[in-house]
Design a protein around this ligand. Structure first.
Ligand code: PMP
Length: 427
């Protein structure tokens, strides 16, 4: 009998490219049929066949308080009753802007947008407008959304500009992006020495979460800060994933580094479409209508989305929120690693705040090359066996995972127990 997930996937593929509205949802990397989700609550999601899963995707980050948290749903309901969108300023936008500036001290002014992609795209344009330079530096394996300048892979040599990594991106655009290796500060020094005067911005996932989880080596972020200051290059921390996920002040708070601009998304929308970019006042004042760099959005600062974001941020500020979240996440990764070791499976795991990585490699990766060297087949077998057992991990070996405040110690223990059986079969 065809499952309802299967039937929906067949139907979806006729009217939606690949059957999905964002590629990773299609299970291309792991194979099989994506689960169509009909409902989510707390730490759990239900698929179209009524099967329940403990969810470690969390809508790819936003669901930090757990799915459909009553306080967030109520805030959305109240806001919706007062009107879905005005195309004019509203008080809640001021509230969330003030809150973001208060929580992330590097942000002196902030502009709301509707996605992480818009946030990074706008931050890059702003950095170019501010510096009058065209080139930008990004790192292989870091994802910053799908703007043209950012869908770029490394060129043939260190000092050459990049090539498009997507169809439809003109080589003439990609040539302004220099792609370097994450965690290799020497490369950045070399490139800055050769062309520092041409570079508008360095954009980095300060803790990388789009090549699985990879943390910065000691000195890497500090070195970026030092070099950007020396060469008047705008340092952009893309905290779309890590903002309010690794801690209340993001990676910049954890490492004590002040970027010039920060991009946010995911958690600040509480599950609704919100992104933001903000930072130094002198840079932000270049944005329209104050300055010459244009940026706009019909639904930017949507009152419903902002209400969800404000309600979400309020929950995160409660004492002990991140301590509990980190404890649950640590419980998960240490439990999984112990289970793998007992079964003789080559495996490692890492976490920060409510974000984690599981790797089918002997050591925690420190670079994109390390991540690529992990055993993808083993991950795919693990993924499907866990999914069958009711534990929903990200459907790709190259994505980070997320724990929410709604995950209980018992939920995590259940996942570890399931993994123990799965590893025994894999080992
Ligand atoms: N930057 C980072 C670090 C991200 O993780 C993502 C999304 N995964 C984006 C930007 C793009 O955000 P969005 O999907 O909301 O456009």
């Amino acid at each position: 009998m065809t499952s309802r997930n299967e039937a929906l996937f067949q139907r979806a593929q006729k009217s939606i490219p690949g059957g999905v509205n964002s590629p990773v949802r299609a299970f291309r990397s792991v194979g099989g049929t994506p689960r169509f989700i009909s409902r989510a609550e707390g730490a759990r999601v239900w698929d179209a066949d009524g099967k329940v899963y403990i969810d470690y995707v969390g809508s790819w980050g936003p669901a930090i308080a757990g799915h459909a948290h009553p306080a967030i749903v109520e805030a959305v309901r109240e806001a919706a009753l007062a009107g879905l969108s005005f195309g004019a300023p509203s008080e809640a936008e001021v509230d969330i802007a003030e809150l973001i500036c208060e929580l992330m001290p590097s942000i002196e002014m902030v502009r709301l947008v509707s996605s992480g992609t818009e946030a990074t795209m706008s931050a890059i344009r702003l950095a170019r407008g501010f510096t009058g330079r065209d080139a930008i530096v990004k790192f292989e394996g870091c994802y910053h959304g799908h703007a043209d300048s950012l869908l770029v892979k490394a060129g043939s040599g260190l000092l050459t500009f990049g090539n498009p990594s997507s169809g439809g991106v003109p080589a003439d655009f990609a040539k302004h992006t220099i792609v370097l290796d994450y965690n290799d500060l020497q490369q950045v020094e070399d490139v800055f020495r050769a062309r520092g005067g041409e570079i508008a911005a360095v954009i980095v996932e300060a803790i990388a979460g789009n090549m699985n989880l990879v943390k910065p080596l000691p000195g890497f972020l500090e070195g970026l800060r030092r070099l950007c200051t020396e060469y008047d290059v705008v340092l952009i921390f893309d905290e779309v994933m890590t903002g309010f996920r690794v801690g209340l002040q993001g990676v910049q708070g954890l490492y004590g580094i002040t970027p010039d601009l920060t991009t946010l998304g995911k958690v600040i929308g509480g599950g609704m479409p919100v992104g933001a970019f903000g930072g130094r006042r002198d840079i932000m004042e270049k944005i329209a209508p104050l300055g010459p760099v244009y940026q706009a959005g019909t639904l930017s600062g949507s009152p419903v989305a902002v209400a969800a974001g404000l309600a979400s941020l309020k929950l995160l500020r409660e004492p002990g929120f991140y301590e509990n979240l980190s404890a649950r996440t640590t419980q998960l990764v240490t439990g999984l690693a112990a289970a793998a070791t007992d079964a003789g499976v080559t495996f490692s795991a890492d976490s920060v705040g409510g974000m984690f990585g599981v790797y089918f490699s002997a050591a925690v990766p420190k670079s994109f090359a390390d991540v690529m060297a992990s055993d993808r087949d083993a991950f795919n077998r693990f993924f499907h066996a866990m999914l069958d057992a009711g534990h929903y991990f990200a459907p790709s070996a190259f994505e980070a995972g997320f724990v929410s405040a709604a995950h209980t110690a018992a939920d995590i223990d259940g996942t570890i127990a399931a993994a123990r059986e799965v590893f025994a079969r894999l080992g």
